[in-house]
Design a protein around this ligand. Structure first.
Ligand SMILES: Cc1cc2nc3c(=O)[nH]c(=O)nc-3n(C[C@H](O)[C@H](O)[C@H](O)COP(=O)(O)O)c2cc1C
Length: 450
């Protein structure tokens, strides 16, 4: 039944090294040729790339999806732009052919990776000698799946089918501010997005390393029970598990597929006793048990009216004498203006760049406010780390750039020198990353959850 094939198909971002028999490739191409096309023009053009050097150029010079360097079968899909422009029929025709190929591959037991992120278009054109008259649609890769990913959450037809008239009230807000989102939509959106390659997306390495380094220095080395609160893409969790091999990690997430993503990401890292337990964000029984609880830049992803409740929940997880590690992206830092400036040049919504890459709306928070709430619920501040008074070079450079312009490099160097002489007060007020290491007092006021 075709529906079974449609449903079992997954985007396969990694393949095993096993070669794909030529007969299978022929079948896939036959499927492409039988796709419908606008006016039956059949203007698809597929470049089969077998040359290793060309693939290297595609990945390292054009900055396309990395798997293109090693996928057993790789096509660059193009379509003639001169016809069928109306209604984007040319792109629709190309997409129909690609979908046919992908489904044919699935029926043969092969995996497929359809990636629109071909990289820098001009470079791709010159590498493969693609004339201007052709639209570059996507890279389409095939191979044997090394491990099939679980199915990401799907929207149900009730969410996208409209009766007679379009009901705009059901649209996702798609704004960068969590305050604009109903919580159920926020959950669902994160579930859709986290599985769409979150693990492979680049992020700010310098920021990531600085945060982990700070936690390595200041978190209790002997923590046995550790809860990471809302790990989202699990990037920090992955780092923590490696840094604290003696701790037993658990996570709390608000949605099933988010939790599964982090667990899968971290699974297999470190020793077997690091296996991650899972509780949905309904944690009756988890209160007051953890030696360490981390919440890294996650308040920012939820509506402001939930922040106080989230902080209370966090507090309640820590056992007396235990440590709470709270990472805040400071609302008074350069972060938001820089993001707004960058976003102005894009025609579509882009979530800000953070570590890990944001998969949903994100709004920086007032660190003093969060600290005040935690102090009131029986915590004392042990260490406060303030990082990045000015942006790291990666934050100023589009991620696909080969190397940042010299001007940026000099500017960032100058800001680094300048920030060294800035007084502590300025760092506290304006640094982007604020990390609090708080101790729950033995006799502190117990903070319950409502
Ligand atoms: C037009 C199109 C472009 C896509 N481009 C990319 C891409 O550039 N990189 C990537 O990792 N996945 C890409 N994908 C795959 C989607 O992320 C994926 O289909 C989605 O997350 C749902 O997962 P599933 O295909 O496993 O069901 C693309 C899919 C389509 C249809």
């Amino acid at each position: 039944m075709i529906l079974d094939i449609i449903k079992s198909r997954r985007t396969q971002r990694h393949f095993s090294d096993k070669p794909v028999p030529e007969e299978y490739v022929e079948k896939i191409l036959e499927a492409a040729s039988w796709a419908p096309s606008s006016c039956n023009m059949q203007l698809l053009g597929l470049i089969r790339v077998t040359d290793h050097a060309l693939r290297q150029k595609l990945v390292y010079e054009a900055k396309s999806a990395g798997e293109a360097a090693r996928a057993p079968v790789l096509f660059v899909a193009t379509y003639d732009k001169r016809f069928s422009q109306e209604y984007h029929s040319n792109i629709q025709s190309g997409a129909a052919a690609i979908q046919n190929m992908v489904l044919a591959a699935e029926s043969l037991g092969l995996g497929a990776y359809w990636a629109a992120s071909v990289g820098k278009e001009k470079i791709v054109r010159s590498i493969f000698k693609i004339p201007e008259r052709r639209e570059i649609l996507a890279l389409v890769m095939f191979g044997w799946p090394d491990k099939k990913p679980p199915p990401p959450r799907r929207r149900s037809p009730a969410e996208f089918v409209h009766n007679n008239f379009y009901d705009g009230s059901r649209d996702l807000p798609l704004s960068g501010d969590p305050d604009d989102w109903p919580i159920e939509q926020l959950k669902a959106f994160q579930e859709f997005r986290v599985w769409s390659g979150a693990k492979y997306r680049p992020y700010l390495n310098e920021e990531f390393a600085a945060v982990l380094n700070s936690i390595k220095t200041h978190a209790p080395r002997d923590a046995k029970e550790w809860i990471d609160f809302l790990p989202s893409t699990g990037a920090y969790l992955e780092g923590l598990v490696k840094l604290f091999p003696r701790a037993r990690f658990k996570i709390l997430e608000i949605a099933d597929q988010l939790a599964r993503f982090s667990i899968e990401r971290v699974g297999g890292v470190g020793k077997p006793e690091n296996s991650i337990g899972y509780a949905n964000y309904n944690f009756a029984g988890a209160e007051g048990k953890a030696d360490a609880v981390s919440c890294l830049f996650r308040l920012e992803a939820y509506p402001t009216n939930l922040h106080e409740k989230m902080l209370e929940d966090l507090s309640s997880l820590v056992k007396p004498g235990g440590t709470l590690i709270l990472g805040i992206c400071n609302k008074f830092s350069y972060f938001l203006p820089l993001h707004r400036f960058k976003a102005r040049r894009k025609k579509e919504i882009r979530f800000p760049v953070m570590t890990p890459q944001m998969v949903a709306p994100f709004n920086p928070v007032d660190p003093e406010w969060a600290l005040g709430i935690l102090k009131k619920s029986g915590f004392s501040l042990k260490v406060r780390e303030c990082l990045f008074l000015f942006p790291a070079i990666e934050e100023l450079t589009p991620y696909y750039s080969k190397s940042p312009p010299l001007f940026f490099i000099l500017f960032v160097k100058a800001t680094k020198l300048f920030s060294k002489v800035m007084p502590r007060l300025i760092w506290r007020k304006y640094a982007k990353i604020q990390l609090f290491f708080l101790r729950k007092e033995e006799n502190g006021r117990p903070s319950g959850i409502s």
